[in-house]
Design a protein around this ligand. Structure first.
Ligand code: SF4
Length: 356
């Protein structure tokens, strides 16, 4: 499978072929990805056919289109049955891809569909990069109406905690930056607060954006929503966020999922303002996309506006983000939940490659 092969070792796939074929294949995989090997027009037919059935390291198990064609969500299935969710969101001048770094997640945040299913396994660098390549190919070859024909932003906000899979995520980031030629500034890694991982990512040397999924501004509430907070409390997280900003020169953002009656009160706004000031962070508010197994519900529009106003009054830069894909279960883990998956399906008879 080409994407599961290290880019520097692609010649193993092309033994007996002239060496320039490796560069041609690398170009198709990373710079101008295509949905089918048959579209790799400068490669001989026998080469294209040699991997036409396994260009992608996953099959499409489900595909949903929402928001009048501006949101597309894929549930991919890897060869061992692991589920991978990817969401493409189109805007007039942007195309943002939300990718997964793990199949499932071990961190069990109470409001998250992925967390409610537990952990399957880490995704390999090639499985992470292939989500990006697939969406690039989709935008170039099929496209979304009124949306750029290429990705402008990649966010690690799908299934899994990227910093719990840091070695593979770092290699995936390297391929995006060095092979796909993406600007590090267009990449955002989101974390619920794996403090050592934040420091290691800072030391990787790329000016990548860091988003901290905070959701609560005191340790008692945060630990009840995000259990890893017990290990890495807010004070440690603030120190790591400051280290990240000072090391990379990138401003950190704070993500805050608005939950009705849970974290949308003035006391939380007050404490959140203090944190945002101390770590010089921009705050993004987003209404919870409710999941079937969770008791939490989204804050009302009025409460979100009041919460945003309270933050602004306290001098915080705040944005209320729109929720995409309400009509298609677009929150991470929801498509998998809807498919009825509680564990990986058997691999026998699995079709590798996109079912289009
Ligand atoms: S919110 Fe993120 S870290 Fe928490 S359970 Fe869900 S995927 Fe894991």
């Amino acid at each position: 499978m080409p994407y599961l092969t290290h880019p520097e070792a692609l010649d193993h796939l092309l033994s007996g072929e002239p060496s320039y074929r490796v560069d041609q294949l690398r170009q198709w995989l990373y710079r101008t990805p295509v949905l089918s090997a048959s579209d790799m027009t400068n490669l001989p037919i026998h080469v294209r056919e040699s991997f036409s059935d396994h260009l992608w390291p996953f099959a499409i198990e489900d595909e949903q289109v929402g928001d009048a064609g501006k949101t597309r969500k894929w549930l991919f299935t890897a060869a061992d049955g692991a589920a991978i969710e990817t969401v493409l969101m189109g805007y007039p001048k942007r195309a943002t891809l939300c990718i997964s770094s793990q199949a499932g997640c071990a961190l069990a945040c109470t409001f998250c569909a992925t967390g409610q299913f537990g952990f399957e396994r880490h995704l390999e660098p090639g499985e992470i990069v292939a989500q990006v390549a697939y969406a690039q190919a989709f935008l170039r070859q099929i496209g979304m109406p009124g949306v750029p024909d290429h990705l402008t932003n990649i966010v690690f906000m799908g299934m899994g905690e990227p910093l719990a899979n840091l070695k593979r995520v770092t290699e995936a980031l390297r391929r995006m930056i060095e092979e796909m030629k993406m600007s590090p500034r267009s990449l955002t890694v989101s974390t619920v607060g794996i403090v050592p991982g934040i420091r290691q990512l800072a030391n990787a040397g790329w000016p990548i954006n860091l988003a901290i999924s905070l959701h609560a501004a005191d340790d008692e509430l945060r630990t009840s929503l995000v259990p890893i907070n017990k290990r890495y409390p807010i004070a440690d997280l603030e120190e790591a966020a400051t280290f990240y900003r000072e090391t990379t020169g990138r401003r950190v953002s704070v993500e805050w999922t608005m939950m009705d009656g849970v974290n949308d009160n003035l006391d939380q706004a007050d404490k959140l303002a203090g944190i945002a000031h101390r770590i010089l962070a921009h705050v993004n508010l987003i209404a919870l996309n409710p999941t079937p197994l969770s008791e939490e519900r989204a804050s009302t529009k009025l409460h979100i506006e009041q919460f945003a106003a309270a933050l602004k009054q306290r001098g915080v830069n705040v944005t209320v983000r729109d929720t995409r894909g309400k009509d298609i279960d677009a929150a991470c883990g929801q498509l998998r939940a809807r498919s009825g998956r509680t564990k990986p399906p058997p691999t026998v008879g699995l079709t590798i490659g996109p079912r289009r």
